[in-house]
Design a binder for this molecule. Structure first.
Ligand SMILES: C[S@@+](CC[C@H](N)C(=O)[O-])C[C@H]1O[C@@H](n2cnc3c(N)ncnc32)[C@H](O)[C@@H]1O
Length: 361
C-alpha cells in the first residue's frame, strides 16, 4: 500500500463517512482537553505571540479538528484577557495527507468563523484557517514557524507497512493477519516497532525544526500495555477477514499480503523515543482508557454497531486497496457480530497515550 498516496478516512458525509462516525475520536479529544488547555496556556503566557500559529496534524475530514481549534482559541482568549492584552490573531493550519477529504472539512469553516465572530465580537482575532496536504513524516512548515501543535489519533498510523513483513523472496510473513496478534512470531513485532521508531523520530525531528523554542505540542495516540501482545481491534478485524477466506469470499493470498500501517506503542516506548530524539522537554506522559463503544450504558447490539461503524470509517479505504469494495457491507456486518460476541464476553477498550512536550531552547 502506498500510504502517502492512498491513505485516508472514509470521505464525504454519508452514513459510513468519517465525518459522521468519529464520535470515539471526539470523546478522546474531550478527555485529553485539560492537557491541551494547560499546554496552550503555558505557550501563550511564555511567548505572548501577536499571531498564534497552530497546526493540527492529521486533521481528517470531520468536525473534530475544529472542535480542538475552538478550544485552543478560547483558552488563548481567556489567557490574554486575564493579563489585559489584546487577543492575538490566529494562523490555523489543518494538515493531512493529500488524499484527505479537505472539502468536507472546508465546508465547516464558514460556520466556524461565524460562531467565533458571534461569541467573541470585536475583541477577537481574526483567525486565518488553511489546509496543508502533506505527510507529517517530513517537513511541512518553515523553520521556527509554529507556536502550538496538536495531533490526535494520527501518529499511530505509519508512513508505510513495514517492508520486513515480506521476505526477500516475496513471501508474506504475517499470513492470515493484518497486524500483530497474540500468536505472532517476534519478528512481526520487531518489524512494526522499527517502522514506528523511524516514523515517530522523523515526526519529532520535523516538528522541532518548525516550532519556536518554548512552543508546545500535545499528541494523543492509541497505545498498548504490551506492544508485542496486543488484544486489539485490528486482531478482531483480521480474524473476520480470515472467516471470509474460509467462506471463499476473499483469496487467502490477498489476506496474507495485506497489513495495516499501524502501530500502538507502549508508554515506555514513547518516552524512550522522545528522550532519544532530544529536541523536546517531556511535560506529561499519561495513559487513559476508553471503551470501544464510548457509551457503555447502551445494549451490546447498539454498542457493536457503533464500534463497527467507527472502524469502517477509518479502515475501509485502506482495505479497498486490496479487497473488493463489493465485500465491505458483508465484512462489516460480520465484524459487528464478532464485536458483539467479544464485548459480551470481555470488555473492549482502547488505551490512549497523551503526551505534552515543549520545544527546548
Ligand atoms: C483517525 S483520523 C484522526 C482525525 C482527527 N485528528 C480526529 O481526532 O478526529 C487520522 C488521520 O491521520 C491522517 N494521517 C495518517 N498518516 C498521516 C501522515 N503521514 N500525514 C498526515 N496525516 C496523516 C489520516 O489521513 C487521517 O485523516
Amino acid at each position: 500500500m502506498e500510504v502517502e498516496k492512498v491513505f485516508h478516512m472514509k470521505k464525504g458525509v454519508g452514513h459510513t463517512s468519517y465525518a459522521r462516525n468519529s464520535l470515539l475520536q471526539r470523546a478522546v479529544t474531550i478527555q485529553a482537553g485539560p492537557v491541551i488547555e494547560e499546554s496552550v496556556r503555558e505557550v501563550y503566557n511564555t511567548l505572548k505571540p501577536e499571531c498564534l500559529m497552530m497546526a493540527d496534524m492529521g486533521c481528517s475530514s470531520g468536525p473534530n479538528a475544529l472542535l480542538v481549534v475552538s478550544r485552543i482559541i478560547d483558552v488563548t482568549d481567556e489567557a490574554s484577557r486575564s493579563i489585559n492584552r489584546q487577543c492575538p490573531q490566529f494562523g490555523v493550519f489543518l494538515n493531512d495527507l493529500p488524499g484527505n477529504d479537505f472539502n468536507t472539512l472546508f465546508n465547516l469553516i464558514p460556520n466556524f468563523n461565524q460562531n467565533l465572530q458571534e461569541a467573541k465580537g470585536s475583541h477577537f482575532g481574526p483567525c486565518f484557517v488553511s489546509g496543508i496536504p502533506k505527510s507529517f513524516y517530513g517537513r511541512v512548515f518553515p523553520d521556527n514557524f509554529l507556536h502550538f501543535v496538536h495531533s490526535s489519533y494520527s501518529i499511530h498510523w505509519l508512513s508505510q507497512v513495514p517492508r520486513e513483513l515480506v521476505s526477500e523472496n516475496g513471501e508474506a510473513l504475517n499470513k492470515g493477519n493484518i497486524y500483530i496478534t497474540k500468536i505472532s512470531p517476534p519478528e512481526i513485532h520487531t518489524a512494526y516497532y522499527a517502522q514506528f521508531e523511524r516514523d515517530f523520530t522523523l515526526f519529532l525531528r520535523s516538528r522541532s525544526r518548525e516550532m519556536v523554542s518554548g512552543g508546545g505540542m500535545v499528541m494523543v495516540l492509541i497505545g498498548s500495555i504490551n506492544s508485542d501482545e496486543p488484544d486489539t481491534m485490528l486482531e478482531l478485524l483480521g480474524s473476520t477477514l480470515q472467516d471470509m477466506v474460509l467462506e471463499d469470499v476473499i483469496e487467502q493470498e490477498k489476506l496474507d499480503k495485506f497489513n495495516m500501517p499501524f502501530y500502538a506503542p507502549t508508554v515506555e516506548e514513547v518516552r524512550k523515543l522522545v528522550e532519544a530524539e532530544g529536541s523536546f522537554a517531556l511535560n506529561k506522559l499519561e495513559a487513559f482508557t476508553i471503551d470501544w463503544s464510548v457509551d457503555t450504558s447502551q445494549n451490546f447490539e447498539t454498542r457493536a454497531k457503533f464500534v463497527a461503524k467507527t472502524i469502517r470509517a477509518v479502515t475501509e479505504p485502506s482495505l479497498e486497496t486490496t479487497f473488493s469494495p463489493a465485500i465491505m457491507d458483508d465484512l462489516f456486518l460480520l465484524f459487528e457480530i464478532r464485536v458483539k460476541e467479544r464485548i459480551a464476553r470481555k470488555k473492549g477498550e482502547y488505551l490512549n497515550i497523551v503526551l505534552s512536550v515543549t520545544k527546548k531552547e
